[in-house]
Design a protein around this ligand. Structure first.
Ligand SMILES: [Zn+2]
Length: 380
């Protein structure tokens, strides 16, 4: 059997975009960690992801494996942002990207540009909070919030031909929010308070727990798969409030036919696996984490996630943001980790080779195709 790593068809069901402007060395390094810039005297190249970039991305830019960081950054500058992006995105060999364009979107390639750079396709995922924040910026009144939001979300989904929506409730209020849909009067009051508070230094930020619930229940009405950020993320997050188990009541409350996509999950990927095993609508990925734990531990994390997650419920994502390196690295690390795990099963005599190949295709692309109903949404 060969599951060789380079040929597995991949759909990246959660990623962002690549920075469109040139990056100086500090800006590059800041994007190489969820913690941003490294403290003085340290480098983000001295992390599993940093070493993996030197190992796996350097050859794509015609350098030797393990090229020193300074050489890598110099070569990057020589080739220019467009060429570097095109080479690394193509090297990821990812057929389709589902892109959350709702975070720092102006700095990033659009979904269409991202797909073109990779020689693949891209479709959009609408971020629920961004739609509400845009409405607030338009000067909406509190009394009409619920209806205006429902209309705006429907319009956003239609105009972008989105195949799913995403919630960053984990970042804004934590996942321990009340599960039930809020009453109309509650929404009106909460909207009143939120709109009165006004935008913060970085613009409007939807962080009211009642409104977060109102958005989610509007999304349930739309009926597209709902992605949730869970687990690992940047410093804006209180990680202990991002454990996907905190969504248990919400999962029980939504229709069983509505896919709930638990993104990232690490270090709660075993908990997420339990939810996927227990509830028909729950799907799981370990995106982001595989890049940051690096190739040395990616296999262990993936294996832990697959202890309980049914094979029809695991998806691939990179959660790459900003650097094209992270798309390539994620695809390399994921393909290798999955191939090794499945080959072990076959070599130990537990699985047939045919089953291993079948499961690889389910996880790489088949589950995403089914859960997002991609064929019926004109994505091939
Ligand atoms: Zn993300």
């Amino acid at each position: 059997m060969s599951l060789t790593t380079s040929t597995l068809d991949l759909i990246d069901h959660h990623c962002h975009g690549v920075v469109r402007h040139d990056l100086d060395p500090p800006a590059f390094e800041a994007l190489l960690s969820e913690g941003g810039a490294a403290p003085a005297g340290m480098s983000n190249f001295d992390t599993p992801a940093g070493l993996a970039v030197r190992r796996h991305c350097a050859p794509v830019l015609d350098l030797e494996r393990h090229a020193p960081p300074a050489d890598y950054l110099q070569r990057r500058a020589e080739l220019g942002t467009e060429e570097v992006t095109q080479r690394l995105m193509a090297a990821a060999r990812t057929r389709l990207f589902l892109v959350d364009a709702g975070f720092r979107g102006a700095e990033l390639l659009s979904p269409a540009e991202l797909g073109a750079a990779a020689g693949g396709q891209a479709r959009e995922i609408v971020r629920l909070e961004s739609v509400a924040e845009a409405l607030a910026g338009d000067g909406i009144d509190a009394g009409g919030f619920a209806d205006s939001y429902a209309d705006a979300l429907a319009t956003a989904v239609t105009t972008t031909r989105a195949v799913g929506v995403k919630s960053v409730a984990a970042y804004r209020v934590g996942l321990d929010f009340e599960a039930a849909a809020p009453a109309r009067q509650e929404v009106r009051l909460a909207a009143d308070h939120w709109l009165e508070r006004g935008p913060g230094p970085h613009g409007w930020r939807l962080d009211d727990p009642v409104l977060v619930r109102a958005l989610l229940w509007s999304a349930v009405e739309v009926g597209l798969p709902i992605q949730f950020h869970t687990g690992f993320g940047d410093r804006d997050l209180a990680l202990h409030r991002a454990n996907p188990l905190l969504l248990t009541d919400f999962i029980r409350a939504v229709p069983e036919r509505l896919p709930v996509m638990l993104l990232h999950c690490y270090p709660y990927h075993r908990e997420a696996g339990y939810l996927a095993a227990a509830y028909p609508q729950v799907y799981v990925d370990v995106g982001l984490a595989l890049n940051f734990v690096g190739p040395g531990r990616a296999g262990a994390v993936l294996a832990e996630a697959l202890e309980l997650t049914p094979f029809a419920k695991m998806l691939y994502s990179s959660d790459a943001f900003g650097l094209p390196e992270l798309y390539h690295l994620s695809a390399v690390v994921f393909r290798r980790a999955l191939a090794r795990l499945l080959e072990d099963r076959v070599h130990s005599g537990e699985w047939s080779a045919a089953d291993a190949v079948r499961v690889a295709h389910m996880i790489g692309s088949g589950n995403a195709e089914r859960a997002y109903a991609l064929e019926s949404r004109d994505v091939h």
